[in-house]
Ligand binder design. Structure first.
Ligand code: HEC
Ligand code: HEC
Length: 469
């Protein structure tokens, strides 16, 4: 995230910020029907993203922008439109600095590492909101379900708060955009699993967010919930400009949120694993945006004519897209996949799991443990939980029990949904727990996890591709 220089370049190279961006700063004026254009562009680490609404305009009088609870927060506190409906640690730091940590974003309930900690001074707020400030993480507090197959044997919480009644799961705010492509709501899918359908899950999610994040004493009205869900389900976001590869929505390149309007979504669509009914014919070429850039070739030898940097960057993006679709490796030890299929080894590609065409989520509500919350990846700032199987006495350590906190199932520990990969640059740091802010680290995580054997150039190509999405 050492990227201030890049942002400056973007500002001079493509000064396209609309007035709407400024109007959508953290606290929009409430009570008046402000109307702004139907898209907003905003700079991020590696370029510019665009969010568009298929409604006539962004309606800032929607309850999405109203504080419906007691702590002054709105949905836009954590899902600001001008940040691609999520936020980065840089954004949190800016809000902290300009308000001395008094913005509702830093409400103790889940903005602080420990909701009971001292928040009386700027220094105390900075210390106690360190997860929010350094990794953009919100504390999602969930109880161990009453009839769980496991018990919480030990808690190693650096903030001295978590317990079986309130297990602190530090998670990234999933963007409340591109929601048409969801098959599961929340990282652990709890809103889907508790409500049956995505539509019902989004309604329940809005209600829970008002009662939880916004600390409301009473639930929002059905009309407010309808308005919120209606607002957020009209939004689409992608990257449209990349500091290295340039404009992404020109010269036959089908990038930009407009292209998502026609993207197909149906439950189970393009399932790679034979799990959908009816069975799907899987096309591994999940992303086919940058094929036209494949022609750009690298220079030959030192005497070659000075090569165009832009062309080289574009060729790298195209190679990355092809690697994502076609580079085979063996998927093993993924709970929620290998066990589900009864196959200890599955030959697949990145696009096997991230299989929804040009979106990268999965059209089935699959929850998988790829190892992100394993004890081996624990950093000193994360809590570590020891869970014990009630039947077998087996113990496992994790930084986040994931789906198991909803189902109570031992087998669901550490499982999370397959997230969309669009507008990744608005979502740094990545994975449910902000594992790393660098996409190269994410690629390297997979390279090691699945023993893929990617070369340094191939890793760089995959990164170049991912950051343009
Ligand atoms: C304090 C910050 C905060 C506030 C306020 C907030 N959210 Fe969120 N939102 C999050 C976090 C964190 C997650 C991911 C939590 C998880 O997966 O456990 C999330 C997830 C979501 C998702 C799920 C997206 C997906 O891909 O599954 C939606 C939709 C959403 N929020 C909408 C809303 C709405 C609507 C409101 C207002 C009623 C709201 N949020 C208020 C932080 C917030
Ligand atoms: C076995 C299924 C599977 C495979 C194969 C897979 N992924 Fe993932 N991917 C997931 C899951 C599940 C998550 C969420 C994990 C978490 O947060 O704990 C994820 C998360 C990600 C994220 C983070 C997105 C965000 O919003 O933070 C990126 C980037 C990503 N994957 C890229 C890739 C690439 C590149 C490959 C190929 C090298 C790949 N994935 C292969 C299942 C998979």
């Amino acid at each position: 995230m050492k990227r201030a220089k890049h942002i400056m370049m973007v500002m001079t190279a493509a000064p396209v910020l609309t007035g709407a961006a400024a109007m959508m700063a953290p606290k929009p004026t409430i009570g008046q029907a402000h109307k702004v254009p139907n898209f907003v562009e905003s700079p991020n680490g590696q370029g510019i993203s665009r969010t568009l609404t298929t409604a006539a305009s962004f309606d800032l009088s929607n309850p999405f922008f109203k504080p419906l609870g007691t702590n002054g927060r709105t949905c836009a506190t954590c899902h600001p439109v001008n940040q691609g409906l999520t936020f980065t640690p840089d954004y949190a730091q800016q809000v902290f600095t300009s308000t001395q940590g008094l913005d509702p974003l830093f409400a103790a309930v889940d903005g602080a590492n420990n909701p009971l900690a001292d928040m009386s001074t700027v220094a105390a707020r900075a210390t106690n909101c360190s997860m929010l400030l350094t990794k953009g993480l919100i504390r999602v507090g969930l109880p161990v379900p009453a009839n769980a197959e496991f018990s919480l044997e030990a808690v190693d919480d650096p903030y001295g708060y978590a317990s079986a009644k309130d297990v602190s799961c530090f998670r990234r705010p999933l963007p409340s955009t591109n929601l048409r492509f969801l098959s599961a709501v929340m990282w652990d899918g709890r809103e889907l699993l508790n409500n049956g359908s995505v539509q019902a899950a989004l309604r329940s999610q809005a209600r829970d967010a008002v009662l939880g994040h916004e600390q409301a004493a009473t639930a929002p009205t059905e009309a407010q919930i309808t308005a919120i869900v209606n607002f957020e389900t009209h939004l689409y976001t992608t990257q449209v400009y990349d500091v290295d590869a340039g404009d992404l929505d020109t010269r036959g390149i089908a990038a930009g949120p407009e292209t998502l309007l026609n993207a197909v979504f149906a439950p189970g669509f393009n399932d790679a694993f034979g799990l959908a009914r009816p069975l799907q014919r899987f096309d591994q070429n999940v992303f086919n945006i940058f094929v036209p850039w494949m022609g750009a070739r690298a220079p030959m030898g030192r005497t070659a004519p000075k090569f165009n940097d832009l062309q080289a960057a574009q060729a790298s993006v195209a190679r990355g897209e092809r690697l994502f679709n076609t580079r085979q490796f063996t998927i093993s030890n993924v709970a929620g996949l290998n066990d589900l299929l009864g196959k200890p080894r599955i030959v697949g590609t990145c696009s096997s799991c991230h299989s929804l065409p040009n979106v990268g989520s999965n059209a089935l509500p699959l929850f998988m443990n790829t190892g992100v919350s394993d004890a081996s990846h624990r950093t000193a700032d994360m809590p570590l939980y020891t869970l014990k199987n009630q039947k077998t006495g087996e113990e496992v350590q994790t930084t986040d029990p994931g789906t198991a906190l909803t189902t109570g199932k031992w087998a669901d520990i550490g499982k999370f949904k397959v997230p969309s990969l669009r507008a990744l640059e608005t979502q740094s740091p990545y994975m449910h727990n902000g594992f790393s802010g660098e996409l190269l680290d994410i690629v390297d995580f997979y390279n090691k996890r699945f023993n893929i054997g990617l070369s340094a150039q191939e890793e760089a190509d995959l990164k170049a591709f991912l950051k343009t999405l």
